[in-house]
Ligand binder design. Sequence first.
Ligand SMILES: [Zn+2]
Ligand SMILES: [Zn+2]
Length: 150
Amino acid sequence: MKGKCLCGSVTIVAPSRRQVGGCHCDACRRWGGGPAFAIECGSDVEIHGREHVESYRSSDWAERGFCRRCGTHLYYRYLPRSTYAIPAGIFGDVEGLELSHQLFIDRKPPYYALANETATLSHDEAMSAIRKDRADAAAEPKQGDGPGAG
Ligand SMILES: [Zn+2]
Ligand SMILES: [Zn+2]
């Protein structure tokens, strides 16, 4: 899958995936102004125009990248496994994408609701998955997809 930022300075090539995850956590909503819709693309991601990418360390386990020229959100990188969750909106071809799950559902404010029927994870469920995965990653480093958030 190929994606690019609004101004075109940064392009991203990622393995094709169909599943989009929605995240209602405080950090995603503050960052983007609304829930995040991201695709877990693993670690095999090419980023071109890296000199235009700024990253912000949003938690102990993750950083968020954006284009410093146009502000487009480019990725959430889960540091223990160096895996990328990439906003679905930067990809041109959305054919076949489906919203498969929603994270931090209990952090969703009441002013919006998604009609899609998906699996959901609460704050506690998502945080315990992250804690477990960080421990696993520390025990056996490299590879795999990590959960989002943070
Ligand atoms: Zn840009
Ligand atoms: Zn989030």
